[in-house]
Design a binder for this molecule. Structure first.
Ligand SMILES: N=C(N)NCCCC(=O)O
Ligand SMILES: [Zn+2]
Ligand SMILES: [Zn+2]
Length: 315
């Protein structure tokens, strides 16, 4: 006999500001038999090229997620009622050795998904998408369509000779054959690049682009249409760098760029992924030291909530 999923703490009997924070006040993994979706933190930021601090992202997002409620009217779904969602705690990663950290993240992600659970990972800097994509492609049995929300391409080659950084995960992933190069795309791209060649390399690595300006010029419905057409029915991995939002919506991040999406636009695009086949997702680059009034962490926690809602079984 299957048991009902264990949901979040009841805010009407235990005020939502009580207790040690788990994501959305959900049970911990060790408090339930098994999970359908595990929210896991990766407090790692040794791959950053500018402001550090995303290692404190997971705890900050959990704190800001206390106000999330169990019914999501925008998707007409109760995301914690028909699937077991848990907080799996943090993956510990070596801050002094990127290669070792990446191996540890990959190993932990493999273990957490061994019984079919899917991950919603809270970063951490964008480096962590590489080991997460390795495991996602393994679970999908082949390359996955990546929807990558970001101000940045993150398909650069190296920084100071380092091949694995937060600016390079999608180039490495493409080289490793993890990415479905007919179905992947970036959304929200903007800002200065190193040269025009960056865009040519990016296209060759398998990405289409919906820029931040496209969203402004063509509107959300057209952007959603383009995204869904590109994805087709491929298995999808969603990677959300919170700096895709305008710094007005998400100041707490390491490499901010002016002219970004609103949180309403981002939530709308994530909701539109509901009918797609999710392999996993991440929300990265929340750096609390540059945040104000939990603005960035509230945005990140709501984006994670929409992801979990989009992953919930329908009908
Ligand atoms: N925020 C992420 N993931 N990448 C930004 C890298 C930009 C740069 O240093 O050129
Ligand atoms: Zn970025
Ligand atoms: Zn990024």
């Amino acid at each position: 006999m299957t048991t009902e999923p264990v949901g979040p703490a009841d805010a009407s009997t235990r005020p939502r500001y009580t207790d040690i924070a788990t994501f959305a006040r959900l049970p911990r993994l060790d408090q339930v038999e098994r999970a359908d979706i595990a929210v896991v933190g990766v407090p790692f930021d040794s791959g950053v090229s500018y402001r550090p601090g995303a290692r404190f992202g997971p705890a900050h997002v959990r704190e800001a997620s206390r106000l999330l409620r169990p019914y999501n009217p925008a998707q007409d779904v109760s995301p914690f009622a028909n699937q077991q969602v848990v907080d799996a705690g943090d993956i510990a990663a070596n801050p002094f050795d990127i290669a070792e950290a990446v191996t540890a993240i990959e190993r932990a992600a493999r273990e957490l998904t061994a019984d079919g659970a899917r991950l919603v990972t809270i970063g951490g800097d964008h480096t962590i998408a590489l080991p997460l994509l390795r495991v996602a492609a393994e679970r999908a049995g082949g390359p996955v369509a990546v929807v990558h929300f970001d101000a940045h391409l993150d398909t650069w080659d190296t920084y100071f000779g380092a091949p694995v950084t937060h600016g390079t995960p999608f180039r490495r992933a493409s080289e490793e054959g993890l990415i479905d190069t007919t179905a992947s795309l970036h959304v929200g791209i903007r800002g200065p690049l190193y040269s025009r060649q960056d865009l040519r390399d990016d296209e060759r690595l398998g990405f289409a682009v919906i820029t931040s300006d496209d969203l402004q010029d063509e509107g959300l419905p057209r952007a959603i249409e383009r995204m869904r057409a590109r994805l087709g029915d491929a298995p999808v991995y969603v990677s959300i760098d919170i700096d895709v939002l305008d710094p007005a919506h998400a100041p707490g991040t390491g490499t901010p760029e002016a002219g970004g999406m609103t949180s309403r636009e981002l939530l709308g695009m994530v909701r539109a992924l509901a009918e797609h086949r999710f392999v996993g997702a991440d929300v990265v680059e929340v750096a609390p030291a540059y945040d104000h009034a939990q603005l960035t962490a509230v945005a990140a926690s709501h984006v994670a909530y929409e992801l979990i809602s989009a992953m919930a079984p329908r009908g």
